[in-house]
Design a protein around this ligand. Structure first.
Ligand SMILES: *[C@@H]1O[C@H](CO)[C@@H](O)[C@H](O)[C@H]1NC(C)=O
Ligand SMILES: *[C@@H]1O[C@H](CO)[C@@H](O)[C@H](O)[C@H]1NC(C)=O
Ligand SMILES: *[C@@H]1O[C@H](CO)[C@@H](O)[C@H](O)[C@H]1NC(C)=O
Ligand SMILES: *[C@@H]1O[C@H](CO)[C@@H](O)[C@H](O)[C@H]1NC(C)=O
Length: 465
């Protein structure tokens, strides 16, 4: 009860100091543009995480015996986290990660896209998640980001959030109409959602924001397309929430085309035959192809692998649609991905959609974040196009070993798209070209594929090929 009262008080208190983002553009038109933005995703904060706990308990319980032996065998959690396990993120890691990313980048980026799943997974039957806990965890992360990413004028730089499948209770389940959940998030994120979009968000959990003159972000509510959400119907049903959402996306993209704005589409669950209702995926794919001149990128989280998915109009029925536990079935996932890339035709850029999944702050492999770059020359017709990204990661195995934890973990550059993949820009054509270059039967191609697979698992050990 205590929880609930505190939370309600917090949520109500938010709007009072949150009314500053009311103009059409989040950033003043004359602001110097850095040409960079941060993508951060899947934080999965777990307040029950304990240092030295057994991996088997989800890092929640201390071992009853054989502590030394278990430690030696790597079966106990570390201070910062338990990389390459199913454990969620420790509090020290989450707050440190947000602070260190902000310290390094806040004066070099123009905005942040933040693609959901802030709350821990529901893995421990002894401490089931509650709606109150999920909202409280989201409150903590929201506050941490808003506090750390303040510019020199003490103003938070624009952040665009979206709802993850673990940010609702029970996980994956969100009603198709206005609900107390959407209401709570609309209050929590009221200074990130433009005023004229707040009603849209309360009704559907999605919204649009003009982040800069000429750059618009659409934050989607992918739970309305998600096959695991039993509360909604597939998009072929005219009354479905997904259908409504698709209509809204179309209106927004049409508006953006008229404004000559470039659009970054963001969401939590990436569109794929594994995740979306078939009719929702088909419609999403068609819409994305129709508006390919407007959409700069599709940026997602959820899957934890660092990779891109190619959607093609005709391919959906061929692909297997079984729900697999991808963490335990990574070999098959990678094989299917390679197969998908092999089918890509370099001339298909008018018929294909490329969807990007960034790796998480959650140390399921090594944690990471992405610094994206876009063309910031406002006089160019390519203004806003996605040009390059730098992927950063943190070797938590190393930092867990540092004596006494006096040394604070640092992120390091993992790879950049121009150097690692020889890409001049990140347009659809360039990704299809990469898909092609990685899957030929040459030594060079195989080496490139191996680099790509190492990046998928963020440099951790893996036995997939
Ligand atoms: C574009 O970004 C680069 C790198 O941050 C910066 O040096 C340059 O001044 C920016 N150009 C414009 C027109 O803002
Ligand atoms: C920055 O703004 C926050 C919230 O508006 C306020 O609590 C804090 O005191 C301000 N800090 C400075 C240095 O002005
Ligand atoms: C991470 O750190 C561990 C422990 O120091 C080391 O064995 C491993 O090679 C490192 N991995 C990478 C990719 O740096
Ligand atoms: C992207 O790079 C490709 C290959 O280098 C080039 O052909 C294309 O014109 C570039 N597109 C843009 C928008 O810069």
């Amino acid at each position: 009860m205590h929880w609930l009262v505190t939370l309600v008080a917090l949520v109500i208190a938010v709007p009072a100091f949150a009314q500053h983002q009311q103009h059409t553009f989040a950033v003043h038109p004359n602001t110097n543009l850095h040409g960079r933005f941060l993508h951060i995703t899947d934080i999965h904060l777990d307040p029950h995480y304990q240092n030295g706990a057994t991996i088997k308990s989800g890092c929640h319980n201390q071992p009853k015996k054989h502590r030394k032996k278990k430690q030696r065998k790597g079966k106990l959690s570390g201070y910062w986290g338990a990389p390459t396990t199913d454990c969620d993120s420790s509090e020290p890691w989450v707050y440190h990660a947000i602070k260190t990313i902000a310290d390094d980048w806040k004066d070099k980026i123009d905005f942040i896209v933040w693609t959901g799943d802030n709350a821990r997974h529901d893995l421990d039957k002894k401490i089931p998640r509650t709606k109150e806990e999920i909202l409280a965890l989201n409150y903590k992360i929201t506050t941490a980001l808003q506090e750390e990413f303040r510019d020199e004028n003490n103003k938070t730089i624009p952040i665009v959030p979206c709802i993850g499948n673990n940010d609702v209770h029970p996980h994956n389940q969100l009603r198709s109409t206005a609900s107390s959940t959407l209401d709570a998030y609309s209050k929590l994120w009221s200074d990130m959602i433009p005023r004229e979009q707040q009603e849209v968000f309360r009704q559907g959990g999605y919204f649009a924001v003009n982040i800069l003159p000429g750059i618009r972000v659409l934050s989607l509510n992918t739970l309305y397309f998600f096959e695991s959400n039993d509360q909604v119907l597939a998009c072929k049903d005219p009354k479905s929430a997904g259908k409504r959402h698709l209509e809204w996306i179309r209106e927004e993209l049409t508006k953006a085309r008229k404004m000559q704005a470039r659009v970054y589409v963001i969401g939590h669950v990436p569109p794929s035959s594994r995740t979306f209702y078939g009719s929702c995926l088909t419609a999403y794919t068609q819409l994305s192809i129709e508006f390919r001149d407007v959409i700069a990128a599709h940026l997602y989280g959820h899957v934890n692998y660092d990779h891109f998915i190619v959607l093609q109009q005709e391919q959906q029925s061929q692909e297997e649609n079984r729900i697999i536990n991808i963490q335990k079935d990574s070999g098959r996932y990678i094989t299917n991905l390679k197969h998908q890339y092999q089918q890509v035709n370099g001339n298909d850029q008018d018929k294909a959609v490329v969807v990007h999944v960034a790796p998480p702050i959650l140390p399921i492999y090594y944690p990471g974040f992405r610094i994206n770059e876009y063309d910031n020359d406002s006089k160019s017709t390519h203004f806003g196009t996605w040009t390059r990204y730098h992927q950063y990661y943190c070797n938590l195995t190393y930092w867990n070993n540092e004596k006494q934890h006096h040394a604070l973990p640092r992120f390091e550059l993992e790879y950049s798209t121009d150097e690692a993949y020889a890409m001049d820009n990140l347009t659809v054509g360039s990704w299809l070209d990469l898909a092609h270059r990685m899957t030929r039967k040459t030594d060079e191609s195989r080496a490139l594929w191996n680099t790509y697979v190492d990046n998928i698992f963020v440099q951790t050990e893996h036995d997939d090929d």
